[in-house]
Design a protein around this ligand. Structure first.
Ligand code: ADP
Ligand code: ZN
Length: 815
């Protein structure tokens, strides 16, 4: 008897053993989806292995009910990776596998009780008379429901389980499982293929059907095969004619897969100046590539941190490394933070590699993603380019994995399986014997330290690829220079804008707060308008006339009087967001074309529209949130202004300083990428903060040293390991009560070398209607921290089902 180890698609830990029915001639392949009984229902799962010994005694093992795939959707290599992710991130293996498969391919199953032939006969014939009346009644009811009833509905229909069991035992009913079809399937089109040429005999045969003849001629003219849908353009009734031609044996109709192409979204006409012919590499690029290429040729795992200043040509290095891998018959994965934000990057990959690139991002429809995924699975495409989930792309013979902007926090998934795509990328490359490149102008402390200690090789691109130097940065102290009005411009920044506009250049103004007024209060009673579901202030959005919560999306109309005190005309709107700045800047520079790039203006087609206008130089001043800091390459931008550098510095998060440094460096890197030199003005209340000062001097090494020292002192990553245990639920009292119980557990926890902070209420105490508490476990030994986390969440805490407890390994957000 074969025993299969199956990861079920349910949020349960571990895997389960099932028996392969003896009557099956072949056991399901490892990686194939199967239908198995679990509790009282049928669920899908993936066969992960065939262990030598079963965990369950033979008599008690339940059989696999059905195999859903002949060709496994996941390769053995990918399966292995998913199981590693499940172990490392303390996540249910079935959930990880689900994250690795394209959306919409899930198959669900329902169990039914159905009449057998014998049951049908019993009802109709005399044999039924021998049955007890109650059982006859049950058979009758099943017959009345069309011959089958869903197991879940038996109770509601007054049918008892014992009766069903008795009828199953006597062969009159059977239990069956019906599976739903996947929501997303391959799309095919009907193609008419001409069987032979249009000769005299054919013409004669079709003499009385001129339209049919015309359709046949069109097929032949199209090279002997034409999609029926295309034929309809010329002849609306083409489908009927094709059918008749097929009956006459003149054409054959076949189904051909159609690719749903998401490129239209990614590439668009945001024109890129990137040449299809690669440029001559600079010396540092060449040196970096040499090392990478050697590793690619060796076909063994090696990891690199590619630290290159903004505009140093990192992308060019990736492109070359990938070309090298492709030439050796290998494939590549390229992870980028937010591909929809940087269509230029996708366009450069497509310009270089054409159809061999498959793009996977959230802007695609499920159908498009499914098709791109299958092109990779079948080897029709060899480069997977996408956001974090592309780390699970189904490529074989992996040669190179690139993580671009590896410091970006969007690589960490914050719900469901809480994996970090950069770390998973490293593990995937290691297991596949591939090369992993972590590229950034501002490497994360984790990656840079790993390079400094020899775990990764360090490659440096210290200057820009073009002749232009990095922009000059002026730091303006907001305590000395008062910002003027709602545009938040100090005199030095205003003067710089005047100069840039006079020269016909473009300007980017960055402020990390969207909306119009970032909080709304009553000037009489002090009431602040806050989100009812989250512990944050609501932001006033002028254009949409709404108060919006930026965390959960809650919106309410702008109040005309105060809720508690009823005061009219007492409502004050305070705090400045990008919407207000854009309006004020527009008023101050009436001749300039001002556009805004933030989550509000980027909704729908807005994003592409704004990026396109900036690229075409139809925008003079672009005001935006961190969306403007991403890898845009706009050669016309010579001035970048940071309106307030320290908005994020005081967040209660040990990475606040690192994030600020990264944002400032990245946004500064948008200036002076063309032939004219760039300039950056950073306005700040804290010019002495290292994050600000180091960004001002383009001095990564300084920032790294300073930040390392304070992290090391506190034992925070990368000098210690952290696991967060998070509790949340709708009822604040219930969450607090559960957290209290964990207090006792922590006191009882004997884990030398592990420090526990909490349980405490999370800084963002309420989010999307749920109250939040957490415990941070920290220590220098990863194993000890993990053991402590496991002990902490072990069963035995009395908690209502509404309170969720999740383990977050290597947490990124401290909020
Ligand atoms: P990064 O990814 O490091 O920010 P990019 O790869 O986007 O830098 O390169 C910045 C600009 O320099 C792009 O416009 C690119 O086409 C150009 N570039 C890159 N490498 C070279 C090179 N070797 N010679 C000339 N131009 C280059
Ligand atoms: Zn909210």
């Amino acid at each position: 008897m074969d025993v299969a180890e199956v990861a079920v698609e349910l949020p349960v830990a571990g895997t389960y053993h099932y028996e392969v029915p003896a009557r099956w001639s072949m056991r399901p392949l490892v990686g194939a989806r199967v239908l198995v009984p679990f509790g009282g229902r049928g669920v899908t799962g993936i066969v992960v292995a065939y262990p030598a010994a079963a965990a369950v005694p033979a008599g008690q093992m339940r059989p696999i009910e059905d195999v859903l795939d002949d060709v496994p959707p996941v390769s053995a290599e990918l399966l292995d990776l998913c199981l590693w992710v499940a172990r490392y991130y303390e996540a249910p293996p079935g959930e990880v596998l689900r994250a690795a498969l394209p959306a919409g391919t899930r198959v669900t199953a329902a169990r039914f009780v159905a009449l057998t032939d014998a049951g049908r006969e019993a009802l109709a014939g005399a044999a039924g008379g021998a049955l007890p009346r109650r059982l006859r009644d049950v058979l009758g009811r099943v017959a009345g429901a069309g011959g089958a009833i869903a197991a879940r509905q038996l109770g509601a229909r007054g049918i008892r389980r014992e009766d069903v069991d008795a009828l199953v035992a006597s062969g009159l009913l059977q239990r069956t499982t019906a599976r739903s079809r996947a929501r997303v399937r391959p799309r095919t089109e009907r193609v008419a293929v001409a069987v032979g040429p249009v000769d005299a005999a054919v013409r004669a045969a079709l003499a009385r059907a001129p339209k049919r003849l015309a359709v046949l001629e069109a097929i032949v003219a199209a090279g002997g095969a034409a999609a029926v849908a295309d034929l309809k353009h010329a002849e609306p009734r083409a489908a009927d004619h094709v059918r008749a031609l097929s009956r006459a044996g003149l054409v054959e109709v076949v189904h051909r897969p159609v690719r749903r192409d998401g490129w239209a979204v990614a590439a668009d006409d945001v024109a890129t100046s990137a040449p299809v012919e690669p440029p001559q590499l600079t010396e540092p690029q060449r040196a970096a590539l040499d090392q990478i290429a050697r590793a690619v040729d060796d076909g063994v795992f090696r990891s690199f941190v590619l630290h290159g200043v903004t505009g140093s040509g990192k992308t060019e290095v990736y492109l070359h490394a990938i070309a090298r891998a492709l030439a050796a018959g290998k494939s590549a994965i390229v992870l980028v933070p937010e591909i929809s934000l940087t269509p230029q990057l996708a366009a450069r990959f497509r310009a270089r590699f054409g159809d061999r690139v498959a793009v996977l991002h959230s802007g695609l429809s499920d159908g498009e993603r499914f098709d791109e995924w299958h092109r990779l699975r079948r080897g029709q495409a060899a480069i997977a380019l996408g956001a974090r989930s592309a780390v699970f792309a189904p490529v074989d013979r992996l040669g190179v994995v690139v993580v671009d902007e590896e410091h970006d926090s969007s690589f960490k998934q914050e719900e469901g399986v809480r994996y970090h795509a950069r770390d998973v990328a490293l593990v995937r490359a290691q297991r596949a014997g591939a090369v992993c490149i972590l590229g950034s102008a501002t490497p994360s402390l984790e990656s840079y330290r790993a390079a400094a200690t020899g775990r990764h090789a360090l490659l440096e691109l210290p200057s820009r690829a073009t002749a232009r130097p990095l922009p000059e940065v002026d730091i303006v102290d907001l305590r000395t220079y008062q910002p003027e009005g709602d545009a938040m411009l100090t005199a030095p920044l205003a003067a710089a804008i005047d100069d840039a506009l006079a020269a016909g250049d473009q300007v980017i103004l960055f402020l990390n707060r969207r909306g119009f007024s970032t909080f709304v209060v009553c000037g009489r009673c002090g009431h602040a308008f806050r989100c009812p579901h989250c512990s944050v202030a609501l932001t006033h959005h002028h254009r949409s006339r709404k108060l919006l919560c930026h965390y959960c999306g809650h919106s309410e109309p702008v109040p005309d009087r105060c809720t508690p005190c009823g005061g009219a005309k007492t409502i004050l709107r305070r705090g400045i967001g990008t919407e207000k700045v854009a309006a004020a800047v527009g008023a101050r520079y009436p001749g300039a074309r001002v556009a805004r790039l933030d989550r509000d203006s980027a909704a729908g087609a807005g994003l592409h529209d704004v990026l396109r206008r900036v690229a075409r130089r139809e925008v003079d001043i672009l005001v935006g949130t961190q969306m403007v800091t991403k890898g845009h390459d706009f050669p016309g931008v010579t001035l970048v202004g940071v309106l307030c550098a320290d908005t994020g510095l005081s967040l209660p998060d040990f990475r606040a300083s690192e994030r600020t440094f990264q944002l400032l460096t990245q946004v500064a890197g948008r200036a002076g990428r063309g032939d004219r030199p760039g300039r950056v003005v950073i306005q700040t209340y804290r010019p002495e903060a290292v994050a600000v000062a180091a960004a001002g001097r383009h001095d990564y090494a300084w920032f790294y040293r300073a930040e390392s020292a304070s992290r090391a002192e506190l034992g925070y990553p990368p000098f210690g390991h952290v696991i967060a245990v998070r509790f949340d639920g709708p009822d604040p009292g219930a969450v607090r009560a559960v957290a209290r119980q964990f207090e006792d557990r922590i006191r009882a926890l004997r884990a030398p070398g592990v420090t526990a902070l909490g349980p405490v209420e999370a800084p963002l105490a309420r989010l999307k209607g749920r109250s939040r508490w957490h415990v941070w476990l920290r220590g220098s030994d990863r194993k000890a921290v993990r053991a402590a986390a496991r002990a902490l969440v072990a069963p035995g805490v009395d908690r209502p089902a509404s309170v969720r407890v999740v383990v977050d390994v290597d947490p990124v957000s401290a909020l």
